[in-house]
Design a protein around this ligand. Structure first.
Ligand SMILES: Cc1cc2nc3c(=O)[nH]c(=O)nc-3n(C[C@H](O)[C@H](O)[C@H](O)COP(=O)(O)OP(=O)(O)OC[C@H]3O[C@@H](n4cnc5c(N)ncnc54)[C@H](O)[C@@H]3O)c2cc1C
Length: 415
């Protein structure tokens, strides 16, 4: 793989950009791989990348029924933060956030990480208490957050109306090193690095069955034929229930549509990410100037990748209360993704009832920020056959044991 650099750009400019090679290979499937990963979203690709980088396992196939990052990884609002309440969550999300800091250099691919700061507004006394509690928990966990006053909120975010008609702004939980990154670039950057290590990314290849004997997976059936493997990773977000059914076990997961929308581009007017959980909406401004707005998840299970119309209406109405200046913006695009929700709003990483089959799912509405950390942890878990320090609390068995990692508050608006 040719490295991207300022010199490469200058060289290619001189020869009219005729020398750039393909970013990755388009291989045909082999008969056998050491590891097969189902799902070329961010989590699947990151797992493959760290399998190669940290554990030297490169005979790997990543099988994708659509295209690279065409699932939730390419559909999210790209918020990155680690201000979760429980120790297990703070540990893995902070690991992930810290990997994001240097991911562009690591992958030699500009992922446009922008640690512009994430602000979670407190608009009720209950929220003030909740966020102060999170601030104290984060201090013990080594996560840098601070509860800030309404005056500081206004200073960081001049377009905000502090005295909203229903809910005044009483302060905010502020994470200065939270922010955003370009979501497609995460998929492309990891994919390019995986391809460079000799791994096969098989796009437009759907897994239709999971072969097994004596409680162990032997391979998968795909639309491009059967592929055998020593270890299998299921990393398919909203489709996890289907894959688990193919493997013969059930997951405590529901799949629902979550949606987002963007406005027409306008001049820069806010340089932080803001989340308003009470009125339920959140917003940031993209590099192109569009206001990126996220809404709620549908209240019923579905696979539509669209989302219901009333959510758009409710989200926009809620945000206009706090940001009246957006009321005259035109909305350009709206879309949805299928997210995989667990009861405690925490992910599942680890072993399955089949000895050599592992699963990474349940990231629900907030797994973009977790991609590097999850990949790091899932790769270690698959390589060693046992959950690593980050995955230890997130196993499937916690649902049987009633040992939940309750993040339903930290995951309120949930991104
Ligand atoms: C509108 C929206 C906004 C969001 N905003 C944020 C945010 O701001 N911050 C944040 O942290 N998170 C956010 N999220 C959540 C985040 O996008 C997801 O948690 C994360 O992208 C999940 O990544 P993944 O790799 O697990 O899944 P995906 O990216 O969905 O990848 C799974 C892949 O598996 C493939 N697949 C499925 N079945 C098969 C099969 N049988 N064979 C082969 N391939 C298969 C799919 O085609 C898909 O490409 C948001 C999600 C949505 C929908």
């Amino acid at each position: 793989m040719r490295r991207y650099s300022a010199f490469a750009i200058a060289r290619e400019a001189m020869r009219f950009h005729t020398g750039w090679g393909r970013a990755g290979r388009a291989p045909e499937p082999k008969k056998h791989y050491d590891v097969v990963i189902v799902g070329a979203g961010g989590h699947g690709l990151a797992t493959a990348y760290y399998l190669g980088k940290n554990h030297g396992i490169t005979n790997v196939a990543i099988i994708e029924k659509g295209w690279l990052g065409g699932g939730n990884t390419g559909r999210n609002t790209s918020i990155i933060r680690s201000n979760y309440l429980q120790d297990e969550s703070a540990a893995i999300y902070e690991k992930s956030r810290s990997l994001y800091e240097t991911l562009s250099q690591d992958l030699n691919y500009n992922i446009m990480f922008s640690p512009r700061g994430v602000m979670m507004l407190a608009q009720t006394e209950h929220e003030v208490r909740g966020y102060k509690r999170t601030e104290h928990a984060n201090r013990l966990q080594g996560v840098e957050t601070r509860f800030i006053s309404p005056t500081e909120v206004k200073k960081l975010l001049p377009i905000i109306e502090l005295r909203g008609p229903r809910f005044p702004v009483l302060g905010a939980l502020w994470q200065p090193r939270g922010g955003t990154a370009r979501h497609d670039a995460i998929a492309w950057g990891y994919a390019r690095a995986c391809s460079d290590m000799g791994m096969d990314i098989l796009q437009k290849c759907e897994v239709t069955g999971i072969n097994q004997t004596a409680g162990k997976v032997t391979g998968v059936e795909t639309t491009k034929g059967a592929i055998s493997c020593d270890k299998l990773g299921l990393i398919v977000a909203g489709h996890s229930g289907h894959l688990a059914e193919m493997a013969g076990f059930r997951l405590p997961i529901e799949s629902v549509a979550l949606q987002a929308l963007v406005s027409e581009p306008i001049k820069p007017c806010m340089d932080v990410v803001v989340m308003a959980n009470t009125v339920h909406g959140y917003m940031s401004q993209s590099d192109k100037g569009e206001m990126v707005i996220g809404g709620g998840a549908d209240g019923f299970n579905n696979y539509t990748q669209r989302g219901s119309f009333h959510h758009v209406e409710e989200t926009v109405r809620a945000l206009i209360e706090t940001f009246p200046m957006i009321s005259r913006l035109k909305m350009l695009r709206q879309w949805g993704g299928i997210v995989d929700m667990t009861g405690d709003r925490s992910p599942i990483i680890g072993k399955t009832p089949l000895g050599n089959c592992f699963i990474d799912c349940g990231w629900g509405t907030g797994g973009f920020k977790a991609i590097p950390g999850s990949g790091w942890s899932m790769a270690a878990t698959m390589a060693k056959g046992e959950p690593d320090e980050f995955a230890a609390g997130f196993g499937l068995e916690r649902f049987r044991e009633g040992r939940f990692i309750d993040e339903s508050v930290a995951a309120g608006v949930a991104h």
